[in-house]
Design a protein around this ligand. Sequence first.
Ligand code: CP
Length: 306
Amino acid sequence: MRLKNLLGIRDLSNEDILQILDTAVLMKPIMETKNKRTNYLLGKILVTLFYEPSTRTRVSFELAAKYLGATTTNISTSSSSVVKGETLIDTARTLRAMGVDIVVMRHPMTAAHRLLGEHLDAVVINAGDGINEHPTQALLDMFTIREKKGAIKGLKVVIAGDILHSRVARSNIWGLTRLGAKVVLAGPSTLIPRGIEKMGVEVFNDIRKAAADADVVMGLRIQKERQKGGLFPSLREYSMLFGIDRDVLEVAKEDVLIMHPGPTNRGVEMPSEIIDSDNSAIEEQVTNGVAVRMAILYMLTREGVS
Ligand code: CP
């Protein structure tokens, strides 16, 4: 890979994206072996540094690193010196002093990762920065779509819900449009950023119109923690007007793939019967997240291959 760090899909070329997806195809069978262990990252130290909650991203990076033979440790900021007032720069210097090789960070501030990288010799991976990007989520989404549909070019992918606060939506728009998908956004106008059409997407406020002939429908979590209030009347009304229900899927292609980055608000973005349906790839997205993160770790630390 040309890049030292993975900060956003925006920085990646088509070739970078395809190389990561192809490498993940080779990594996935390792997860199914008895020992789940290789030596590609032997001797490397990976730290997960999360200033916001996470289950999937943090655990899958930790497992991916372990499957590749790395040593891992987790800093949960709520029980670290961050609560004593340590700055991000001082945390970076502390990790540098301990010889850390890879830092996977989630931070509420856009571009916090660039600041971290300036004070570390380690590889820096963005596990989500504010509402800006979540590149590894988009890569695992693209991997899942390609695995299920055979290709991404020419597909109609609908991303529905809280686009305004969604770093997942932004990273997916960068990646999917670059790989030739037609990306359609659907949601209340208060949750769609103004001018987002400039990113090459079409916007609908009626999800039933947006979903016509869709190959993929991706729901996004309503981020209660980022809502300042007043963006839509109530969760019940959101679910009635914008939820991905049977009526929405009726107008999509019969083999439409249902996706969601998780965690889901069951009954808000979509009902349980759709989350758990045969068309749903939501659990496979989680599995694929480990393979894709193995590929990313391998590619960013390739000089250490044994
Ligand atoms: N999709 C996602 O980022 O999930 P977590 O917040 O659990 O990591």
